[in-house]
Design a protein around this ligand. Sequence first.
Ligand SMILES: Cc1cc2nc3c(=O)[nH]c(=O)nc-3n(C[C@H](O)[C@H](O)[C@H](O)COP(=O)(O)O)c2cc1C
Length: 205
Amino acid sequence: MAKHDKIDVGISTILNPVPVVMVSCCGKEPEKESDRPNIITIAWAGTVNSEPPMVSVSIRKSRHSHILISETGEFVVNLVNKQLAKPCDLCGVKSGADIDKFKTCGLNAVKAEGLDYAYAIKEAPVSLSCKVVSVTELGSHDMFVAKVVAVTADSYLLDDKGKICLDNANLVAYNHGEYFLLGKKIGFFGYSLASEEILRRRLGD
Ligand SMILES: Cc1cc2nc3c(=O)[nH]c(=O)nc-3n(C[C@H](O)[C@H](O)[C@H](O)COP(=O)(O)O)c2cc1C
């Protein structure tokens, strides 16, 4: 067969790569074990609007985090870097109903900017505070669509003009069941139309 001859590989969610994020959340009474700050790993996350900035996360009803987020209408999307890859995986295979994932992973919960209940992960390079605006039952998952009400980033990610440089964040992507560290920059928005000089300056050789 020739390389581009097509084979039906079955219907699935093979859209890849996707971000993998650590979504932190908390109940209304964090001193109670069932309401303590929690982290769920989510691969079904996406940006769904620019103005206002909005994201979605799809969560199965069976997840402990589903209860917490439904109760408060709040969560924090924490981006995952190389250092957080293992904790991220652990938060995706253990339930907050059984263990304290912040404690188990050695992570610190810090009050999330702009929210009343949810905590952010201190060790995450970037955290998006989110308020739920709608919940849609899709089948296996419920999709929580939320407004981003604040974003915080580690100071080392800002350049001298205050611009966030995510190139330096060592971010992780999820590709068909496996975690990958983002690799070499090969282009940028609109680079197909950029001059040779700009390409050299922004991409090197
Ligand atoms: C890489 C990865 C991605 C995941 N993505 C999702 C997801 O998008 N939605 C979901 O409901 N569960 C997802 N899970 C499973 C949950 O993270 C997992 O069931 C977790 O233990 C639930 O935690 P909780 O009970 O404390 O909420 C994922 C797990 C992993 C490892």
